[in-house]
Write a protein that binds this ligand. Structure first.
Ligand code: TXA
Ligand code: MG
Length: 321
């Protein structure tokens, strides 16, 4: 497919146009607070099929369904007290709940034919305005080519999918910059399938997480395969200082005496800022065509768990080529 891709400004008129097109089954890239999504109606097989095609995503990797509010989302799944408490605490926001599916109109392709579904209520105002006007939930994976870094701005989406989609709605930068946390509530124990914008300690305060069961469950969440979130450059993580031929991603100040490319994920060592900058900076280093990136060690606490998870995946692919 070779389509002219247009970035639409975030105006009332454009939002109405986007809603009209989505209703007709079109696929449009939309902003969320985590990362941009490639959105289409949750109930149309042909639309869902095309989302997989555009992303080059394997069919066995199910999509997240996005809702305008918690009560609509909870209606579509089999709920228990955990789901209700988590929804109340974290929605709208960066938490995705996996539970047994109840609504039969969700496209089976979006669910990869599983009996479970991943649901979320995003907090981005533009996305919520669209969901509220459309009155139909939207299936939306991250708007990147499969295995690549998720986009956190309209321009990033354009780099990823230029010529493959007609419209991207500009909703400025994603304020979190990392994907949502995916929590599995299909068994008695609650399990984090993917670390993300809401950290484990925050969830533990609402409902206890079982950390030990994760490895068995990974198969049910193919997005957790190792080869993901990958820049083109090779990656060295947990680094102490850069080598001569590497670009440097610092956590804290960049070194004065280094002649190579150096960026700081957060000068003040703030994990929120680091998460917001991670994909943006990896992408900008790729654009400068650096071949090696070294990333300074980032603490494995709070949001640092999700940040390190993405860094390990990005590094794993390269060392296993
Ligand atoms: O922040 C986000 O979650 C973004 C924005 C656009 O909402 N979306 C996103 O979607 O990251 P995607 O498709 O790139 O990742 C969805 C993850 C995948 O790891 C997928 O395997 C998992 O959710 N998932 C979806 N449905 C599932 C299910 N029924 N059971 C287990 N995992 C599921
Ligand atoms: Mg993704």
């Amino acid at each position: 497919m070779n389509t002219k891709t247009q970035i639409l400004k975030n105006t009332k008129k454009n939002i109405l146009e986007v809603v009209k097109r989505l209703k007709m089954g079109e696929i449009i890239a939309l902003p969320t607070e985590t990362v941009y999504g490639l959105a289409g109606r949750y109930d149309l097989d042909s639309t869902i099929k095309n989302i997989y095609y555009i992303k080059n995503r394997p069919k066995h990797n199910p999509l997240i369904i996005h809702y305008a509010n918690a009560s609509d989302a909870l209606k579509d799944i089999h709920i228990d007290s955990r789901a209700i408490k988590l929804a109340k605490e974290f929605w709208p926001g960066a938490l995705t709940i996996v539970a047994r599916v109840k609504n039969k109109s969700i496209s089976k392709l979006a669910l990869s034919k599983l009996e479970t579904v991943a649901v979320r209520v995003p907090s981005n105002k533009t996305m919520l305005a669209i969901l509220n006007k459309l009155k139909i939930p939207l299936a939306a994976p991250s708007a990147n080519r499969y295995g690549k870094i998720s986009p956190t701005s309209a321009k990033d989406v354009c780099e990823e999918l230029n010529g493959k989609i007609s419209f991207i709605l500009d909703g400025s930068f994603s304020t979190i910059g990392l994907e949502s946390t995916v929590i599995d509530l299909t068994t008695k124990e609650s399990i984090i399938l993917r670390h993300g914008g809401i950290n484990k300690n925050q969830i533990n305060k609402i409902t206890p997480i079982n950390d030990k069961k994760v490895s068995k469950k990974i198969i049910s969440s193919p997005g957790l395969s190792h080869s993901h979130y990958s820049p083109d450059a090779s990656m060295r993580i947990n680094a102490v200082r850069p080598k001569k031929n590497e670009a440097w991603l610092a956590f804290g100040n960049t070194p004065n005496n280094f002649s190579g490319v150096a960026l700081s994920l957060s000068k003040k060592k703030c994990l929120k800022e680091c998460a917001r900058n991670l994909y943006k900076m990896l992408r900008s280093l790729d654009n400068r065509e650096v071949s090696k990136i070294a990333v300074q060690k980032i603490p494995e606490i709070g949001l640092g768990v999700a940040i390190n998870d993405r860094l390990r995946r990005a590094a794993h692919l390269k060392t296993n080529k």
